[in-house]
Structures are given as C-alpha cells and as structure tokens.
Design a protein around this ligand. Structure first.
Ligand SMILES: Cc1ncc(COP(=O)(O)O)c(C=O)c1O
Length: 372
C-alpha cells in the first residue's frame, strides 16, 4: 500500500515510478545491446540531462555539477582535489549530527591530508548540534567546514545563511550536504553562495542508488586538481598523448575514467517527473501532513526530536521511542505502514504518494504500538 508510505528520507516514490524505471531500463537494454555505434551518444546525452536537472534544483551554473556514486564519494572527490596546503595543519569542522559516513571518511583522510577533524558536540540531552556552538568553534584555522543542511536523525534544519557568512569571514571552504532537503525545500548554491554541495537523487527526487552529485563553485574549480583523474578529466577525453594530460577548465576535471552513466539515466525519468511538479504544492502537502503527525505525537506524549517550527525542519518527523524503534517499525509494517528506525528514533517522512488517510493510519498505529 502506498497511502501509508513514510520513507522519503530514505527512498522517494512517485506515481508511475515502477513503469518509468522499467521503460528506461528496457530502452537502455535495447540501445546497449544493439550491434551498432549508437550507445555512447544516447547514454552521455542522458547523463548530461540528469546533470542539467540537478543544476535546476541547485540553481547551479553550467559546468559546476557532475555525477558521483554517492555523497561520501563526492566529499572524497572534493577533499582530495584541494591544494594540500589548504588543509595541512588546519581544522576541518563538522557537527556530531552530520551523516556518519562523512565522519568515517574524514577521520581516515585526516591521516594522509594532515588536517585535524574537529567535531562539534551536541549539548547534554540535545539530539542535534546548535548553530551557535558550531559558530563558536569555527575560527580562522578552519580550512573547510561541512554543513549538514537537514539532519537524517532529527530532520532539524540549520540556519544556513549566517553559518555560510561566518565561514566566508573565516576564509574557510564551506560545503553543504543537502541530501535530506534537496528537492523538497528550495535551495540555491548562489544564495548564500557555498563552495561545494553534495547530494544523492534517492530521496525527494525519487531517483535510484548510485546517482549522487557534486557541485563545486566555479571560482573554486581552478584551484582543484582531483587526485582521481583520467581521460574524462580532460577538455577532450580523446587526448591520449601520455605527456599532455590537462584538466578541463570546469567541473569535468572531477570526472575520471568512463563515467558510470546507468544510475543517472535510470534516475532521469524521476528527475523529469520532479521538474514537472508544482514544488510549492509538494512542500505544502508535506507541511500539512508533518504538522498533523507532530500534533498527534504531542497529544500522545511521544518524545518529538524534530523541531516544531516549519523553518527549522526538513520533511520528516522523528520520534524517540521508549525502546528500540525496530519492533514498532515491524508492527507498523504488518499493518501496511512504511517507516524505519535508527536505534530508538522512529522516522516518518510523508511525500507525494502519502495520503491523508495514510497519515491517519500512522497516527492510529503509533497510538497502538509506540507508547511503550
Ligand atoms: C544527510 C545525509 N547525507 C548523506 C546521506 C547518504 O550518503 P551516501 O550517499 O554516501 O550513502 C544520507 C542518507 O540518508 C543523508 O541523510
């Protein structure tokens, strides 16, 4: 049942997704399996269309967005491209509620790249890191900061503009992980202007795994010499003289070998669907439904870990249950209600296929199963 689908923080669904995926995969099979030379023209055009859809979501200039397998890889691509002296001996700042994978990556990279990873802690009993604590720890020796726009465990949204402004004043490179908000909440890489942005297409855009993106601000690109480079990093991939490698002037320098286009072309119908929607209406539906879940959680006395004000949250409602969330998730699943859990946190994110009666089902299910 789609009515009670609440997993947009994980995988987004839209009406017709299965048919679109089946069609595009069949088209790919026909093109790729044909004994002719039409493959690359077809595949690369779709990859370019995927990138253009993302440029639309980000308001990013041409030549500033490319594909990555996922967020973790995109962060790795950026960090290993920076001039070594930008990072060595300095701090890289993240919040304790960043996506753990970024933290896992950075703790390892600091050994080789010579920076110190500084993780801003949560206050006692708080489920998120306060912006003012992040700002207080952000000095001039911070070479780079990664801001997580919307948290994956609380759906708390940071106040991006003052953080980015502070980063500018400190001379830091400021990147933002927009995975949990992209496609639901308006975002613009130029306002406030960030140095890089990373995301995947899985959530509000309803794409497939493997379809991550990296945006790098055009003014930072010339300083970047990606470590993972190859023939596709060049202005002309067919320039094969061994002594004449050169980086493309734009984001293409972050490409390396033959691009893995399949995730991009599989996600393109979802991105096209998303682009054709009334984004205000998508958000309004989410706001109406999350407000109802929040009000019901309050009435039930459940421990809400998502901030209530609309401008302080993403598209999810997260509840801290008395015990592990897994048993409640199982009980809800048995009633046709799709949620998930992280430890004691139950996560519920309504999107386009979630109906108001699906929200009623969730609320009734929570009354039965979540109150301990
Ligand atoms: C904030 C955030 N960043 C990143 C990711 C995913 O990272 P990756 O694409 O490397 O798996 C998620 C997934 O839920 C997320 O919520």
């Amino acid at each position: 049942m789609q009515d009670a689908y609440f997993l947009y923080h994980s995988i987004g669904q839209y009406p017709g997704k299965e048919a679109d995926l089946a069609r595009v995969m069949a088209e790919f099979a026909a093109v790729w399996g044909a004994a002719n030379d039409a493959q690359w023209g077809w595949v690369l055009a779709r990859r370019a269309a995927f990138v253009d859809r993302w440029r639309g979501i980000l308001n990013a200039p041409e030549g500033s967005v490319t594909t990555a397998e996922n967020v973790t890889q995109a962060v790795h691509m950026l960090l290993t491209a920076l001039p070594p002296e930008r990072l060595r001996g300095k701090r890289v700042l993240v919040a304790a509620d960043c996506f753990p994978s970024n933290h896992f990556l950075l703790t390892k990279l600091q050994e080789r790249l010579g920076f110190t990873l500084d993780t801003v802690a949560m206050r006692q009993g708080s489920p998120w890191v306060e912006d003012e604590d992040f700002l207080a720890q952000w000095g001039r020796d911070v070479a780079l900061a990664i801001l997580t726009w919307v948290s994956s465990t609380t759906s708390r949204r940071i106040d991006l503009a003052p953080l980015v402004a502070h980063g500018r004043a400190m001379g830091s490179i400021v990147g933002v992980d927009i995975t949990q908000g992209a496609g639901l909440l308006p975002f613009d890489v130029t306002a406030p202007e960030v140095d890089f942005a990373v995301s995947t297409s899985l959530k509000w855009m309803c794409g497939t795994p493997g379809a991550g993106i990296l945006h790098v601000a055009p003014r930072l690109i010339p300083d970047c010499a990606p470590e993972l480079r190859g023939w596709f990093s060049q202005p002309d991939p067919f320039s094969w003289a061994l002594d004449r490698f050169s980086y493309a002037p734009d984001i293409r320098r972050f490409d390396n070998g033959t691009p893995g286009c399949v995730a991009a072309l599989a996600s393109l119908p979802a991105m096209d669907w998303h682009a054709a929607q009334d984004h205000g209406a998508l958000l309004a539906q989410n706001r109406r439904q999350t407000a109802r879940i929040i009000a019901a959680a309050r009435e039930m006395g459940l421990d809400l870990v998502t901030p209530e004000p609309e401008d302080r949250r993403g598209g999810s409602v997260m509840l801290r249950l008395p015990g592990e969330a897994a048993a409640v998730v199982d009980a809800l699943r048995a009633e046709g209600i799709s949620t998930d859990g992280r430890g004691r946190i139950l996560r519920a994110s309504p999107g386009i296929v979630t109906t108001d009666s699906g929200v009623d089902l969730l609320i009734e299910g929570l009354k039965r199963h979540a109150r301990g």
